[in-house]
Design a protein around this ligand. Sequence first.
Ligand code: ZN
Length: 880
Amino acid sequence: MRTSQPQTIYLKDYSVPAFLVDHVDLRFELYEDGTRVHSSLSIRRNPQLADNHGALELDGDSLKLETVALNGTNLSTGQYQELGETLLVPDVPDDFELTVVTWIEPQNNTRLEGLYKSSGMFCTQCEAEGFRCITYFPDRPDVMARFRTRIEADRTAYPILLSNGNDVERGDLADGRHFVTWEDPFPKPCYLFALVAGDLVEKRDTFTTLSGREIDLRMYVEPRNSEKCDYAMDSLKRSMRWDEDVYGREYDLDIFMIVAVDDFNMGAMENKGLNIFNSSCVLASQETATDLAFQRIEAIVAHEYFHNWSGNRVTCRDWFQLSLKEGFTVFRDSQFSSDMGSPTVKRIENVTLLRTAQFAEDGGPMAHPVRPASYMEISNFYTLTIYEKGAEVVRMIHTLLGPDLFRKGSDLYFERHDGQAVTTDDFVRAMEDASGRDLSQFRLWYEQAGTPVLTVSDHYDEQAATYRLTIEQSIPDTPGQQDKKPQHIPFALGLLDSNGKDMPLVLAGGSDDSLTERVLELTEASHTFEFTGVTQRPVPSLLRQFSAPVRVAYPWTREQMLFLMKHDTDGFNRWDAGQRLAVDVIQGLVSAPDAGEIEPRLVSAYRHLLSDASLDQALVAKMMQLPSEAYLIELADSPDVPAIHQARERVLAQLAGALREDLLSCIERHADNGIYGLTPEEVAGRSLRNTALAWLLHIGDEEGRDRAVQQFREADNMTDRLGALRALVNSGFVQEREKALESFYQQFSADPQVVEQWFSVQASSPETGSLEQIQQLMTHEAFDWKNPNKVRSVIGAFAGQNLAAFHAADGSGYRFLAEQVSRLDDSNPQIAARLVTPLTRWRKFAAVHSEQMLSALERIRDKKGLSRDVYEVVHKSLAG
Ligand SMILES: [Zn+2]
């Protein structure tokens, strides 16, 4: 265990590694009571450093050191030192071979970092700093070496032995053991190392690359999951083709492998040639996975595959540059998902996540730039800011350059830096060099934290036929950063006439190219743009496609919102106008809870959505989702959570009551035709039908109940079965709910991924997720403290989605979370640190909440032997 006081690490202190490792020769002896790791490193002093005569320092964590040998001679204990998490060898030549033998205990590794056991198999997770839990090594991404890995294990228990690269040798050993040796020809940082050993079935396929090479594709899963691999395999092939078509990137090894494991801290890991996935992010069948799960699997398979270039071939110099690989790769997987499905729907999903969760992070105590300047524990920085905002930053470069110059830039980046460990600045420079554009001010997006606010005002001059738009930019203070400079922001807009047609946008003094959509570039604190030849007062459609991750403040009237909701030619902004209107109506109820009927025009707008079959149903399905409680809380100052919950429930009830007939005919129109497909239209049909069911059950409609019960019984796919279950769980029909929950569990109890959904439906529901019920779920036979997915699906779902219960006025939800975090901190600090998040924003809430959130945080802080992970999050949220 880590015992040292957590230290802060700063980007400004970066220096190149003193020693380089050219080659790593690993031998793993896997046993039930532990693993012996033999590591031989070819090391030399880094010639880049002048006056380089210091001691060799290697990182290690929770290792039992057996021997150290220099050029084949064992060192005596006085010739090396183990100091905390460092192995120090003071006297080494310029060029040498160091052999280290360590003993580790994967079977007792509950942190799930390094080498550990999951459901009887051995597997690894080395990003960011897990390799040091396997052996002593310079564990930093700018040390790139060639790895050769020999794995030895019992042949019967572990017939499959995998590592990175190509298998070059295999054979039998004494005592029923066997070995396989893998060789990876590409130098890589140790965080991309992987090892898997287990009794797994293999699924095979092939892919022919653009240059005609045939790649062997393999998936390894437990035998019970062998029918759930097809979708991931197809997704992989689509990703490989897409990366060739869109980025010109070809796969480089002869084999590409995917392994599914049940116990995994993250979603998936892009280890070179051997991607390891959380089972929930790769296994799917129509009967067990929802549409959402299918889409997530396609996106994650693509994401990890795309890392082979954006992350592995070109990697990060240090962990401050994490967004170099993550922001770019999330952008790439979003582009891919857009191309595979509906671009507007994909954009809506990305922005929903960004505005609900990333904006909250950017406004809270853990706010940090896309390229952080410091950290205590890097695993706390696998954040929405690094991933999602990082992707938005790359997307803005794409918007500013256009697709052709962006592609030129990415080609240059890959060509210039292939085989190197580089920085976000190198990425931006490649974009500049290829396009001739100056992105120096744009770089502030990487340096300044916080979500910019654009305050927009306008003036129409009928006589002069001019329309003036003034946009002021400000960026709120964040921890450690005040008085920020204006950023370079692409702002896409259009102007609509009274018929909903886009008007030509002629900028005063600009060329008359009669574009109807423009991207204005904001670089100053304030800009005024004047459009000429504007023959009538326009309705502005601002920040189309959400062209920048900013908040826009503009005094929209409800007439304008309704107009845009119906007419905007930009699908994203149509959806956004509907969201804004719903938010406005709900917020109105929060401040005047005794008001009677809700805005009647909201009802007719939703009726229009439900009844006009000519509308894009994928967009309609999204527009029918009311803004979430989490988003409403994020938008509010000092949110009163129970009041927000009640206001939203009332709006939902009034809408459902007024639209009952329309909802029933929506269910008819989108009835299951017995053929399951995943086109945007088919997914939208199921989504609309399930939304309609949920709304009807929300008002206790008996016809709705009967339809839900029938759908639950007869569904041939998980989307419909779970949709019906969720509607029943969230209704007042107690008998039907209990029966459905019971039968669902009976049917799927052998499938961990489905059981996780069963947990999560209950834990996130106000009807079944009271604190007492949550505690009951945690005693259920299927709950497992050691499995991160189970922890997330019960405790995470309660604190993150069941907001009225979590924010109960007596503080019981906060105390409960504090207890669970403290308990989990001993076994899995990474997951514990993630669970704390809902408490960290205590300052945002009204005193009735914030005082109790604060005392819950203080209870965690006072725990003895707190991990570095939780220490950092708790101390940062208490500071200031
Ligand atoms: Zn990634």
